[in-house]
Design a protein around this ligand. Structure first.
Ligand SMILES: Cc1cc2nc3c(=O)[nH]c(=O)nc-3n(C[C@H](O)[C@H](O)[C@H](O)COP(=O)(O)OP(=O)(O)OC[C@H]3O[C@@H](n4cnc5c(N)ncnc54)[C@H](O)[C@@H]3O)c2cc1C
Ligand code: FES
Length: 334
């Protein structure tokens, strides 16, 4: 099996990496703090430079690399598989040493249940315990799709090996097209995880704010469930945003059903300026609803965000204007 030697400013470490796994997955499995965010070739935070050996990229055109990166022989650890022993130059960061090392598991697709017009609750079971921190994600491999896609778990860790996801259908999308149109309940699925840094921090008594846009509901549900289950004393505020009432109302109902009694506040907003007559939530971007309700208190919260990049950027800007420290805000943008 190829050996990967990582040279960083602080230290030199090495690990073995199978021909069929990425450098990022193998490094994290070996307990090494390789920086990353999306695991899917878009954010660029897992860049490294190849100084010896040969790698193969499962997505050579990945947007996480600029043309300058390519000229400098840089690659993405989440997309690179080894063809031989390699020496690479990469920044290491102890914060990325995984609390739970990711594992590759064989699973079975148990259910695909529509929740909104384009989001389904997808349940996969594995014959190992579902070990993850609330807010983390797993890489889902589906036969026929060349590369896995990341999806955040919406349930909480459990010994029964149940992994629940909220997956949005992407028009023309490869994996979601196959999942919504072709995948049969009972089909084999491979899961690799857990990954992700936007997981619930256990800080007793600090209030928790979760803001979800669309399928960003998944990790927010996991975090909200864990707060509700583990700590009756942490005030829990959840906000859900989306385009129209048909996109948002079913998600609000799910939050209410799974952690209703523990919710201090459940807010909702739609960006569609002419919602249906029965809509009782706010109209406008979700970060404005959060700001109107919490404003000066925001500094007291641990904040979790998941949703489209524009929503995340708007929330981050608003939180920064209210003096919320960056290390209290954890998010995944997709
Ligand atoms: C941390 C994180 C968590 C996420 N959680 C959720 C969630 O809970 N629910 C949800 O609905 N969505 C989630 N997403 C988005 C999701 O992973 C996919 O982007 C989306 O479902 C892609 O659908 P698709 O394959 O049908 O679309 P496609 O258009 O086929 O693929 C879109 C994405 O897949 C990747 N990709 C495309 N081609 C390749 C290739 N050749 N090799 C490697 N990668 C490729 C790229 O990231 C691309 O942006 C999350 C994304 C991230 C980064
Ligand atoms: S982790 Fe985002 S590009 Fe690799």
């Amino acid at each position: 099996m190829p050996r990967i030697c990582v040279v960083s400013e602080q230290e030199t470490v090495s690990f073995t990496c199978g021909l069929d796994e990425t450098l990022l997955s193998a490094g994290l499995r070996a307990g090494i703090g390789l920086p990353y965010q999306c695991c899917s070739g878009t954010c660029g935070s897992c860049r490294f430079e190849v100084t010896a050996g040969e790698i193969w990229s499962q997505w050579p055109d990945a947007p996480g690399l600029s043309s300058r990166d390519r000229r400098l022989n840089r690659q993405l650890a989440c997309q690179s598989r080894p063809l031989a022993d390699c020496v690479i130059r990469m920044r290491l960061d102890q914060r990325y040493v995984p609390a739970i090392k990711p594992l590759r598991m064989t699973g079975v697709l148990r259910a695909i249940e529509p929740v909104t017009r384009d989001i389904a609750r997808v349940t996969i079971s594995t014959n190992r315990a579902a070990e993850f921190l609330p807010g983390q994600f797993a890489l889902v491999h589906l036969a026929g799709v060349p590369a896995p896609r990341p999806y955040s778990m919406s349930n909480t860790p459990n010994g029964e090996g149940i992994w629940e996801f909220y997956i949005k259908r992407i028009p023309g999308g490869e994996l979601t097209g196959m999942l919504f149109d072709g995948a049969a309940v009972g089909a084999a699925v491979e899961l690799d995880g857990p990954y992700g840094m936007a997981y619930l921090r256990q800080v007793p008594d600090r209030p928790v704010l979760c803001v979800a846009g669309g399928s960003g509901i998944a990790p927010m549900l996991s975090i909200a469930r864990a707060v509700a289950r583990d700590s009756g004393t942490r005030p829990l505020h959840v906000y859900v945003g989306g385009r129209a009432p048909a996109d948002v109302s079913p998600l609000v109902a799910v939050v209410q059903a799974v952690c209703g009694a523990h919710l201090r506040h459940l807010g909702a907003a739609v960006s569609n300026t002419e919602p249906a007559a029965e809509w009782t939530g706010e109209i406008g971007p979700i970060h404005e609803a959060v700001e109107r309700d919490l404003a000066a208190q925001l500094k007291d919260f641990d904040v979790y965000l998941a949703g489209p990049p524009a929503m995340i950027d708007a929330c981050l800007g608003m939180l920064s204007r209210h003096g919320v420290a960056a290390d209290l805000v954890h998010y995944d943008a997709y």
